[in-house]
Design a protein around this ligand. Structure first.
Ligand SMILES: NC(=O)c1ccc[n+]([C@@H]2O[C@H](COP(=O)([O-])OP(=O)(O)OC[C@H]3O[C@@H](n4cnc5c(N)ncnc54)[C@H](OP(=O)(O)O)[C@@H]3O)[C@@H](O)[C@H]2O)c1
Length: 338
């Protein structure tokens, strides 16, 4: 497994991380046994970075990871890095009711996460969305106190723009920014990527398959549960979906020529962007089964030369996606989009 250091001050991690969200929430039913087998298979393959959020099914995802870590061989468990998001407030009925980044709340969230994960420290800790009522310096300052006490090793950010990145970095060392980045979500290239490259901050890229849309496996007739994020995502609706799947077919032609899958091509494209932009970029793949994980890991063996990258970007030009990456109500919470 290739490894790299996240930014100037972050941990050394596998070149691909495993995003565990879909094992508990947002993408419909998941199989618990297969989820744990997938985490074990990832650790066995040398994937060290496991990403979660305390609000993914209200602690369910952290407890799942905790169980997987407890039942993994000690050597694998010790290599694992936990990357945890906090701050989103939930209702018992599954609703979302804002964000809390107050220092006392940060410490409270962390105390519960440590218990659910069954670990004595969290490797990277970050607020999922900025709390508009709390200056980022206060939230990051509270995590810095947790670092001093040994409960957290590194401070991350999530979905914030260049101005907030600079303020956070002036408060404490930042290991990485977690943000959506894929062939069809390239908004970070204008200002955010140059900023993190300048400041020596890494990127953990999520949605590299645009939540399955550009995986090559998503079909027009796929039925989505009402609580599936994609049932509300503009990119998965009606004509937008048709246009986006046309882009996937254009990408498939290139993948076929190279003898690799569409998902591998899309992940390999993100892997190729780190050296291009002078930043350490680690794609978080949202595999929920060992078969999807195997496919994703295959991306590490795909080499894209300049001609391949040009062909891919001709097939899927920047800005070609139909529909925004979140519904309007959720776009409003993205500091990175303002
Ligand atoms: N910071 C943030 O705001 C934020 C937001 C969202 C996510 N995240 C993190 O980023 C992680 C990754 O995000 P994501 O799950 O949206 O990413 P993704 O990898 O773009 O999408 C995962 C979806 O792609 C499908 N897929 C098809 N082929 C795949 C393959 N070979 N490998 C992996 N997935 C494949 C999966 O389908 P099936 O399982 O249905 O087959 C799954 O539904 C999350 O788990 C979470 O930890 C962070």
């Amino acid at each position: 497994m290739r490894t790299l250091t996240l930014g100037n001050t972050g941990p050394r991690t596998s070149a691909l991380g495993l995003g565990c969200m879909g094992m508990s929430a947002l993408y419909g039913e998941a199989d618990r046994t297969e989820s744990i087998a997938t985490i074990h298979a990832a650790l066995e393959a040398g994937v060290t970075l496991l990403d979660t959020g305390d609000f993914y099914a209200m602690g369910h995802n952290e407890m799942l990871i905790g169980e997987a870590l407890r039942s993994a061989p000690a050597a694998r468990r010790e290599q694992a890095l936990t990357s945890v998001k906090f701050g989103a407030l939930r209702d018992p009925d599954g609703g979302w009711s804002g964000y809390d980044g107050r220092p006392a709340a940060v410490k409270n969230f962390a105390a519960y996460s440590l218990q659910r994960l069954g670990v004595d420290h969290i490797d990277v800790y970050r607020i999922a969305r900025i709390d508009p009522d709390v200056p980022v310096e206060e939230t990051v300052g509270a995590i810095a106190e947790l670092v001093e006490k040994g409960y957290v090793r590194h401070i991350g950010l999530s979905e914030v723009g260049a101005g907030t990145i600079r303020r956070a970095a002036a408060t404490a060392p930042i290991s990485d920014l977690q943000i959506e980045y894929s062939l069809i979500s390239r908004g970070i290239e204008a200002e955010i990527l140059p900023t993190v490259a300048e400041l020596g901050i890494g990127v953990t890229a999520y949605g590299v398959l645009s939540r399955g849309l550009i995986s090559g496996h998503f079909t027009r007739d796929r039925k989505l549960a009402a609580n599936d994020f994609r049932a509300m995502s503009p990119r998965f609706q009606g004509e937008n979906l048709d246009r986006n799947l046309d882009l996937v077919e254009a990408l498939r032609k290139i993948a076929d020529q190279k003898g690799v899958s569409v998902a591998q091509t899309a992940i390999a494209w993100v892997l190729a962007q780190g050296p291009r932009h002078g930043a350490s970029i680690v794609p978080l793949v949202g595999a929920r089964t060992r078969a999807r994980l195997d496919e994703a890991l295959g991306a590490l063996d795909v080499t894209l030369d300049a001609a391949d990258l040009a062909a891919i970007e001709e097939a899927v030009p920047a800005g070609a996606a139909a529909g925004s990456r979140y519904p309007d109500s959720q776009m409003a919470h993205l500091d990175s989009e303002h």
